[in-house]
Write a protein that binds this ligand. Sequence first.
Ligand code: ZN
Length: 299
Amino acid sequence: MLTLIKKITLGATLLAASATSQALNIFACEPEWKALAAEIAPDANIYAATTSHQDPHHVQARPSLIAQFRRADLAICSGAELEVGWLPMLQMKANNRELRTGQPGMFFAAEAVETLDQLERVDRSMGDVHAAGNPHFHLSPSRVELVAEELTKRLSLIDSANQATYEQNLNNFLTRWTAATSEWEARAEILKGSNYIAYHSSFRYLFDWLSMQQIGDLEPQPGLPPTPAHLASLIELSRNEQVAAIVYTGYQDGRGAQWLSERTNVEQVQLAYTASDAHPSLFDVYEALIDELERIHND
Ligand SMILES: [Zn+2]
């Protein structure tokens, strides 16, 4: 009898051990979603397809990415056509049934939010535009909340044994996120109405959130590098308007911003844009952003 109980106990222990060692594999198209996934599923193996120095619009579907995508239980990507140039190829080559578009494992964050700047009609002359609206919405705190909620639902569907843990992690995240957002908003009061020249529409949601304005774009058309004629028009713009700074992300070429800065005396700054070694969590990214914008304002 005793032996039987021992055997049962041993069996249960082994079962529990194998269950916990079976960590979920998550594939994140962008570092911001890796950071968010780490809040909700800290025990998962989370792989980011891109770093803060890589342009998420243009990625090579290389073998290492295909291998990661093949073994993933869930993929989280911005969607709204941000990855349209490379993700379909990755899905096809990896042939992971769980990550086909429409499966719960293939989570496009844009499906959980309302994007800004959706276009009715698009033609090629408009450049590399985002017809489904701006997909760079991780700098919108309210949208991050919506994505976190939907991510929790997806995780719970795929890994129902840990649903309670995911929900607890979500609640914990939302509590800290809401409190931090109020603090950032209070600090950013002084930034209301300030003008910036930026690269692409990368900071669209940040500006929208904090009532700041992008009055010029280093790109003459979305996806195209600055041309001399376009930069000349931005010099003109800087003469007529008060510009707080020329800003760009870690994956954009800073030379246009530097060129313009030298000719206008407007400061050029590479802003924190997404999670990185320096700013591992979304809290760190936002904190660094507000710090830097405050510094620009006070200079
Ligand atoms: Zn874009």
